[in-house]
Design a binder for this molecule. Structure first.
Ligand SMILES: NC(=O)c1ccc[n+]([C@@H]2O[C@H](COP(=O)([O-])OP(=O)(O)OC[C@H]3O[C@@H](n4cnc5c(N)ncnc54)[C@H](OP(=O)(O)O)[C@@H]3O)[C@@H](O)[C@H]2O)c1
Length: 348
């Protein structure tokens, strides 16, 4: 494609975005989560659906939880800060007194905490129709998790990978019993396209020798899309009635951005303010992918502004997705075994 045609295409997309012109789904950049769910659920509530939404103690996740709970979806909020979780729950109940919100503790950068959350959730014997992997971390400084993994990669990618694995059987079982398709939504970011192939090595992402916070965040968001793609492929092979897709919510001034204080960041946001979405708009693509009948059977895709979008070439690389999957499984297995051995040694 010539540069002229590329520039024209970009300008067309920008105008479409700014004007909020609807795409093929009927929604566009300025659609809110509430509009999507009202339209997709019609006049009925959905008391038979159960959703787990990570990172629902603030921002986009809290809005998705509010909107789904208002429509009768039972919402499970895994929170690392139960006090914050309780405040969100209270706010939802004030607006929708009938809502069912379950709060459970989780720290996504800790494998043991994820295992504990899953066993607590599974012991409740509830169905699981929707899993929204939304929590996100942007670590400014190089920090290591309990498993000695760089914190952004540990929280955004590895934590959600393990969570999904531990809940997959429940989702498959629910879908088979209820004949309602299960939905997994991985919240990624357009920033995934900044990652170059030479900067995408598993061991380097676990423990980068030269830490760059934006690069670590972008790498984790690319890994999230590759996870969705490979999981979608495997689910299809297993003939399980669950779909998995990745989304970019848009640029929204939430906690994850507010943490970047300073003159340069503030100026950049002031200049880009025309492109910023509100939180209700930021939660729309997640809710669309999680609930819309238009998304029935659609899996392994990438969405933004409630419409399918192209992700980067690297994010579309099936071999890369399989390779990342294998390395992730091997790493998680090794760390879980190591911990089990240590625990057993304590009794000897
Ligand atoms: N805002 C944007 O412009 C933008 C753009 C592209 C993608 N995204 C993605 O959208 C998602 C939602 O982010 P947001 O914008 O709504 O940001 P946010 O308001 O900062 O929300 C992030 C959520 O993740 C939770 N979280 C972080 N670390 C966690 C951990 N170790 N264990 C459990 N929960 C943890 C936070 O919990 P606490 O309340 O305890 O902090 C919070 O609920 C993220 O995945 C983000 O990367 C956002």
């Amino acid at each position: 494609m010539s540069v002229g045609i590329q520039v024209c295409a970009m300008m067309k997309e920008t105008v479409k975005y700014l004007a909020g012109i609807a795409g093929p789904s009927g929604y566009g950049s300025n659609t809110t989560a509430e509009q999507v769910v009202a339209e997709e659920f019609g006049c009925c509530s959905h008391p038979h659906l159960t959703a787990i939404i990570t990172g629902a103690t603030s921002g986009i996740g809290a809005e998705a939880a509010r909107v789904l709970a208002k429509r009768g979806v039972r919402v499970v909020i895994p929170a690392r800060d139960l006090k914050k979780g309780y405040q969100v729950k209270e706010k939802i109940l004030k607006e929708s007194p009938e809502a069912e919100i379950i709060l459970l503790e989780i720290d996504l950068c800790s494998f043991s905490s994820i295992q504990q959350f899953c066993s607590q959730f599974l012991s409740l014997n509830l169905p699981l129709n929707i899993l929204i992997n939304n929590a996100g971390k942007f670590a400014h400084k190089m920090e290591l998790s309990e498993e000695k993994v760089e914190m952004t990669f540990a929280t955004n990618y590895l934590g959600h990978f393990l969570l999904t694995e531990l809940l997959m059987e429940k989702m498959a079982e629910t879908a088979a019993e209820t004949k309602i398709q299960g939905r997994i939504v991985n919240v990624s970011s357009v920033i995934h396209s900044w990652v170059k192939r030479q900067h995408f090595y598993f061991n380097q992402m676990l423990q980068p020798s030269n830490y760059n916070s934006t690069r670590a965040y972008a790498q984790s968001k690319l890994a999230i899309i590759l996870h969705a793609k490979e999981l979608a492929r495997q689910i299809k092979l297993r003939k399980v009635n669950v779909t998995v897709n990745a989304v970019h919510p848009g640029i929204v001034k939430t906690g994850i951005i507010r943490d970047h204080k300073g003159f340069i960041t503030d100026s950049l946001f002031f200049m880009a303010s025309k492109f910023l979405k509100s939180i209700p708009q930021g939660a729309s693509t997640t809710c669309y992918v999680a609930t819309s009948p238009q998304m029935e059977g659609v899996s392994g895709r990438y969405y933004a502004d409630c419409n399918e979008m192209q992700c980067s070439l690297l994010a579309n690389d099936d071999a890369q997705a399989l390779d990342l999957w294998r390395q992730t499984c091997a790493f998680i297995r090794q760390r879980l075994r190591r911990r089990q051995r240590r625990e057993l040694e304590q009794f000897e």
